[in-house]
Design a protein around this ligand. Structure first.
Ligand code: KIV
Ligand code: ZN
Length: 536
């Protein structure tokens, strides 16, 4: 499945790779992320995308926790019949009953039971002896086994638990009917060599270990969730629990996209593989970020906007000659539009011309001079130039394909009273300028309503992201607006010190892309997504 140029590809073809199951807990552990929220009714949208991505197991929530979560798990179990669904429960009958009922219509399901195993949890939190914990685990696994064959048992905080006790607990769990044993690094405390040793030792010493699958569930408190998950694979784990974008309690969980790409990119080192559909990685990441209202760090591996952007002139030069000089993965294979070079003031003419050509815009050397001057002036002021802006500069310099609509003027009255008022002047491609006014609950809503009057495209406003590009009161803000036009997603970007103006310009840019889609430039969706990727 790896489409990258791999320097060890010979080793790959000969290898007998271990298939790693991907267990997604974005909507259970991920939802425990401070700041992340998802309306239970929207969980089905994420579940559909996870099914497209090819995960093996989805843990959609915690059935006992709320009627909304129960209903979401039930809906997902009924609709997503191609993926195994996990019902999550403490070792408590009421939890198990709820998890069993919520997942009853799943084509394939498992019950995921957990109980703490570390002395610190036993003594201070659940106040039970080790003997009592073993008995509870036995009783609840046997209870759950009456309803569900596949039982995953998690020994919570196992990396901080006594090794002998973990082995005893795991033996009891297997003896009672557990089919998957999960050894979580609940606090993100372990070192990779310790995780590898834990898995290797428990698998070797626990009676019945050869009959079950071992799973790792690593948190990222010390930034080692992915490294520890890889270590678990080396120790014999064949299932890894992950979340999209690495969201989760505190510093989060092992990131799905980072783990999968580490396995894919370093197949020869790990001799492992997954069934993840790489081309769905980017869309999944964006959907989760949007739906759970949880932003992605610019420098996040794989899906962060800077992950494939190279500002250094030396890197840009190398990349244009051969991508493998400075890239170890192929962003396009993950659904990330190719826009490999950040455009900033150190970008040369070669890189700018190349970027324009990716949009189907060919400029002569003479025209390039005009584009370059505008580009350098803008980059000097803002440090970076978005694709939308570059395309506009090229349009002005070449006087071809002018934007159908140009924002000429914008005024907004905002304040503590309800009802913000905006007036906007727009020039259309016949050169005619018209002004529109509207009110809204907020200044952006008022502005968007003005623009919607001016641009007669039946576009649905889907999303607005605002990012601060620097600190201080003179900071630049970047706006990314996504609209859906004729079933296609178009994005426009803009950077300005005034974030309301940046959002308005980004919205107009998205509408222009929608209207011009299918012209000499690439499909609007690709173009828009490319813009979004290239801004910094
Ligand atoms: O972090 C953890 O230990 C967990 C388990 C309950 C699986 O989320
Ligand atoms: Zn967890």
């Amino acid at each position: 499945m790896n489409t990258n140029v791999n320097i060890n590809s010979e080793a790959n073809t000969n290898a007998n790779k271990q298939r790693i199951q991907i267990f997604d807990t974005t909507m259970r552990d991920g939802e425990q992320s401070p700041g992340a929220s998802i309306d239970s009714g929207r969980k089905i949208v994420i579940a559909r995308q996870l099914a497209k991505l090819g995960v093996d197991v989805i843990e959609p929530g915690f059935a006992i926790s709320s009627p909304g979560d129960f209903a979401a798990i039930q809906h997902i179990s009924r609709e997503i019949q191609t993926v195994e669904i996990a019902g999550f429960a403490r070792c408590v009958k009421a939890d198990i009953d709820a998890a069993v009922r919520a997942t009853v219509d799943a084509a394939r399901r498992r019950l995921h039971l957990f109980i703490s195993s570390s002395d610190i949890h036993l003594n201070f939190q659940i106040r039970k002896s080790r003997e009592q914990v073993i008995q509870i685990a036995r009783d609840m696994i046997s209870y759950g086994k009456q309803f569900v064959d596949e039982i995953e048992f998690s020994a919570m905080d196992s990396t901080r638990s006594g090794r002998d006790f973990v082995i005893e607990l795991v033996e009891a769990a297997i003896d009672s009917g557990a089919t998957v044993i999960n050894l979580p690094d609940t606090l993100g405390y372990a070192m990779p060599h310790e995780v590898e040793d834990l898995f290797r030792t428990v698998r070797r010493q626990a009676r019945g270990a050869d009959r079950v699958r071992f799973s790792a569930h690593c948190h990222n408190d010390l930034g080692m969730a992915v490294a520890n998950s890889i270590a678990a694979i080396r120790g014999g784990a064949t299932q890894i629990e992950v979340t999209v974008n690495g969201i989760g309690e505190r510093a989060g969980n092992c990131s799905l996209e980072e783990l999968v790409m580490a396995i894919e990119t370093r197949q020869e080192a790990l001799q492992a593989e997954t069934d993840i559909v790489q081309s769905e990685i980017f869309e999944t990441s964006r959907l989760v970020s949007r739906t759970m209202r949880f932003p992605i760090a610019f420098n996040k591996p794989i899906v962060g906007r800077n992950a494939f952007q190279h500002e250094s002139g030396i890197h840009q030069d190398g990349l244009l000659k051969n991508r493998n000089t400075y890239e170890i993965m192929d962003p396009e294979a993950m659904g990330i539009p190719r826009s490999m070079i950040i455009l900033g003031k150190s970008s040369g003419r070669h890189a700018i011309k190349h970027r324009l050509s990716e949009f189907g815009i060919i400029v002569s050397d003479e025209q390039m001079q005009g584009v370059y001057e505008k580009f350098i002036a803008a980059a000097d002021e803002k440090k970076i130039v978005t694709d939308s802006e570059l395309i506009r500069m090229a349009g002005e310099a070449t006087e071809t394909q002018p934007d159908p609509f140009v924002l000429v003027d914008l005024q907004v009255i905002s304040g503590t009273q309800r009802g913000r008022v905006a007036s906007v002047t727009i020039r259309d491609d016949s050169g005619q300028e018209r002004s529109y006014s509207a009110v809204g609950e907020g200044p952006l809503e008022a502005v968007i309503r003005c623009i919607q009057q001016a641009i007669p495209a039946e576009a649905e406003f889907e999303d607005l992201e605002l990012h601060s590009l620097s600190t201080g009161e003179d900071a630049y803000g970047e706006a990314v607006v996504t609209i859906v036009y004729d079933g296609q997603r178009c994005r426009g970007t803009s950077i300005h010190r005034d974030i309301v103006l940046a959002a308005a310009q980004a919205y107009v840019a998205a509408c222009n892309q929608a209207i011009m889609g299918g012209a000499a430039r690439p499909a609007a969706d690709q173009q828009a997504a490319a813009s979004e990727q290239s801004a910094v």
